[in-house]
Structures are given as structure tokens and as C-alpha cells.
Ligand binder design. Structure first.
Ligand code: SF4
Length: 461
């Protein structure tokens, strides 16, 4: 941190007491005084059972600055970061609970955990195969390319986060089972791949969370990209929850200035930098440090776009969304997406049915000015693409869901309205059936043909 940084710094610097990151996991969560004060031994055991299957990590900022311990278990940020019994189905919970009561053997506990994980639909929507491009005769692990313009890169060093979301759809990345993970260090190959396809314009650096990387290492990746200077690459995106989980990354952390200068380098190269900030609740926008961090990122010339999935117990209330979107606009951020919880991990616990999701979206939307209406939702990011729920309506006396693609494996599917039969309990695309007596949705034949072709290519390499 340079002297100029300190001179222009607001109060949190003047105290000279810069918070040091401290994580809480199964290993030490019982040391958290607020946990001991609010939960019984039986409840702590329940957290342990779930935390042995689904990734669990909180940190001192979340615990001391974000969770309202007066509400304790009912607090949305607590539910977002601490495991709860019903996040596992009863049969899975009992399997792990009886194992923990019977043995402390790490290998036995791990093998029971892996059996359960296999039943939680790890890596949904083709993340480990369908989305993986083949380049120079081999699949590019740690890279995904589902939509024409955008390539995703998963640096190995960012396959963790400052805290874990209990609903995370990338949960397999944080478990010990190697075969469930994907990551790469090969930025050169990624750059060559981007150069090989002029229709690629966007690179999304994601994880886990790329902002857990040391600024020097992040700078290395950016320098390699800018040095290679792919002419077609006009936008760089960073998918991250660091503003919500550890905003000190951009204020008082070591080398925070260096990190921000890497952002400036991208802007100075004539490219757009979009900081894809993940916020689930307005409480995550409430501290001085997050507001300062937002300002510092914006001062580099980067735009901050905000997105979040919709979850029961955390933000399934239109007032939460309108307050969050309005505050994001006030802070100069651009609301981008409301997603539907993917069918993986603890979806059974967090899911909100599609009709209710649509009503939450439109009620919140009505409570915001046009500046927040950049947001699109509710959207299922599923195997065929990003499907928006436009709403429930009636056509020829048949109650239906009106849907459309915002992104598709075939971009010609985009913005073509299509209809599914109404189902009050439907919470994901696989719960929906075509309306009007059709036996398939308009895209299904083509989707399976694309899939067959892809698997054939992958199996030849
Ligand atoms: S920050 Fe993102 S990748 Fe990390 S646990 Fe949360 S949802 Fe998953």
C-alpha cells in the first residue's frame, strides 16, 4: 500500500488496525464465541454432520460484520455460510451422523461423504464434459465454452473462496474428491484457444473465486493475456464474491493497490473490465469497507455488475431484492441477473418454485426505477442454456409457463418464446413438460444431437 493510497484513505486506514483474514471451518468453528453462545451441542453436531458432506467455510468478516447474531439461526447470512441439518436429505444426514458417531477414521468418513456427494448431482449442466472445448486434439480441462462469445477460465489457484455459500452449485470444486474438480494453470493455451476463434469476445475468469489469488499471481495472468493481446478479446470478466465475503481485498489487504492496478491495465489496454459481483442480500452491502471497496474498483474504470440466485431462507422476499437492487444502483453497480437455484447440492432445501420466483422477481422489479431494470430473471442456467421464466399465463384455456432463452447452446434459440405446461411445484427445467400436448420442447432434438457430437469428439481424445 503506497503512501498516496494511505493519504487518500478514509478512516478505516487511520486506525492502522487492518483486519487479517481468518477462516472458520469444521476444524475451528466451535471457537467462535457467537456460535457457542447461540447453539447447543446437538446443533453443533448437526453442523458437523452436514459440513462433512457439503463444503463449509466462514470467516471473521462474515462472523463479526455481517451476521446478526440476535437472529442467530434465522439470520440470512448465517444460513448462507453455516451448515444446517436439513441441507442434507434425512437419509443422507442419518448416513453421515451414524458414521461420525461410530468412527473418527478420516478415510471412512470421506468415503461415506463421497457416496452421498455422488447422489447430489455434482457438476450439473455439462460442466465437466458438454462445456469443455477440444483444442489441438485435446479437451481443455479448467476451461468451459458453452456460449459462442464467452470462454470461462478456472485458474487452479482460485478453486476456493473467502467463505463458502451453503447453496453453491460448484460445491464439488471444494471437496477432496479430485475427480469432481476442474481447473487449469495453462493461460497460454487459453489465449491460443481464444485467438483461434474470432467470435470469442469475452473471457470470464472464475472459480471458486479468482480474487482469493495473491494479487501478484492475478497480475501474472493479466500480463500474459495483455502481452498476447488477442484482437478479438474485448471484454474481461471476473466472477467473484470477494466484495461480499472479504472486501478488505480492495482496501487494506497487502498489495490491494497492485490488484487494482491490474484492473487499470485491462482498462488501459482498451478493453472493458466487468467485475461480476455476487451479492445475495442487502446486508452484504451494509458495511463501510464494502462501499469503499466498490468505489476503489470503480475508480479503476471497471464496471460492477451484480448477480445472485434466489433462495428460500436467504432472499425469497421481493423486498430483499428491491432494497438490494436499489442500493446497488445507488453505489453505481448494475443489477444483472436473478438466478434460480440449480438442481445440485442442497437444492431441495433452498429451492423456490418457478411461479413464486416469477412473482418475487416482478414485485421487486416494480419497486425499482428503470436504472435497476437492467436485471433479468428469474433465469435457470441449465444444460440447453439460460432460460428465463417470463411468467404464468393461460392460452386456449391451458395454464402454461411462458419461457424464453437468453443464451442457448444454439444461439438461434435465443428470444424465441416457448411454453411449458403449468406445474405448481416445478422448480427447475427438468420438472417441466411441453405445453399444448407436444412431446418435446422445440430445441430438444437439436440439443441431443449437439450432445452426441460433443461426446463423440471427447471420447476420441
Ligand atoms: S462464492 Fe461462488 S463459488 Fe464460492 S461458494 Fe459462493 S457461490 Fe460457490
Amino acid at each position: 500500500m503506497t503512501r498516496d493510497d494511505r493519504r487518500s484513505a478514509p478512516n478505516i486506514y487511520k486506525t492502522r488496525i487492518f483486519p487479517k483474514y481468518k477462516s472458520y471451518t469444521l476444524r475451528n468453528f466451535r471457537n467462535i464465541s457467537q456460535i457457542r453462545a447461540n447453539f447447543s451441542e446437538a446443533e453443533l453436531f448437526e453442523m458437523e454432520v452436514v459440513g462433512n458432506v457439503l463444503p463449509f467455510k466462514a470467516n471473521n468478516y462474515v462472523v463479526d460484520e455481517l451476521i446478526d447474531w440476535d437472529k442467530a439461526a434465522a439470520d440470512p447470512i448465517f444460513r448462507l455460510t453455516f451448515p444446517q441439518k436439513n441441507m442434507l436429505r434425512p437419509e443422507h444426514y442419518d448416513m453421515m451422523a451414524s458414521t461420525l458417531k461410530r468412527t473418527s477414521s478420516k478415510s471412512e468418513i470421506a468415503s461415506v461423504a463421497n457416496i452421498i456427494r455422488e447422489e447430489l448431482n455434482p457438476n450439473p449442466a455439462g460442466q465437466k464434459d458438454f462445456n469443455v472445448p477440444v483444442f489441438n486434439g485435446r479437451p481443455l480441462s479448467g476451461v468451459q465454452h458453452k456460449y459462442r462469445q464467452t470462454v470461462l477460465f478456472f485458474p487452479s489457484q482460485s478453486q476456493t473462496c473467502h467463505a463458502y455459500c451453503t447453496f453453491c452449485f460448484r460445491w464439488p470444486q471444494f471437496t477432496a474428491s479430485q475427480d469432481l474438480k476442474f481447473a487449469s494453470k495453462e493461460i497460454d493455451t487459453v489465449i491460443e484457444y481464444i485467438k483461434s476463434d474470432p467470435s470469442i469476445t469475452d473471457l470470464l475468469i472464475t472459480g471458486g473465486d479468482p480474487m482469493v489469488m495473491k494479487p501478484k499471481l492475478f497480475e501474472h495472468y493479466i500480463d500474459e493475456i495483455l502481452k498476447a493481446n488477442p484482437p478479438n478479446l474485448t471484454n474481461i470478466r471476473i466472477g467473484t464474491k470477494s466484495l461480499a465475503y472479504w472486501p478488505y481485498k480492495f482496501t487494506t489487504d497487502e498489495d490491494s493497490g497492485l490488484l487494482l492496478r491490474s484492473f487499470e491495465k485491462i482498462i488501459n489496454s482498451g478493453r472493458h473490465l466487468s467485475f461480476m459481483a455476487h451479492f445475495n442480500h442487502y446486508a452484504e452491502l451494509s458495511t463501510d469497507v464494502v462501499r469503499l471497496a466498490i468505489k476503489r474498483i470503480q475508480q479503476t474504470g471497471a464496471e460492477i455488475r451484480t448477480q445472485s440466485p434466489l433462495f428460500k431462507f436467504i432472499n425469497d422476499d421481493p423486498k430483499v431484492w428491491s432494497r438490494m437492487w436499489n442500493e446497488q444502483v445507488r453505489l453505481g453497480c448494475i443489477p444483472y441477473y436473478m438466478f434460480i437455484a440449480r438442481h445440485t447440492g442442497a437444492q431441495h432445501y433452498f429451492k423456490v418454485d418457478l411461479e413464486r420466483a416469477w412473482n418475487i422477481f416482478r414485485k421487486a422489479y416494480q419497486d425499482c426505477s428503470g436504472l435497476a431494470r437492467t436485471v433479468r430473471g428469474p433465469v435457470m442456467s441449465c444444460n440447453p442454456g439460460k432460460v428465463q421464466v417470463l411468467g404464468v399465463t393461460e392460452i386456449n384455456n391451458e395454464k402454461v409457463f411462458a419461457l424464453r432463452f437468453l443464451q442457448g447452446r444454439n444461439e438461434d434459440w435465443v428470444h424465441r418464446p416457448f411454453f411449458a405446461g403449468y406445474d405448481a411445484g416445478a422448480a427447475w427445467i427438468n420438472n417441466l413438460k411441453p405445453a399444448f400436448g407436444a412431446d418435446k420442447f422445440f430445441y430438444e432434438d437439436e440439443l441431443s444431437a449437439i450432445y452426441k457430437e460433443k461426446i463423440a469428439v471427447l471420447s476420441n481424445h
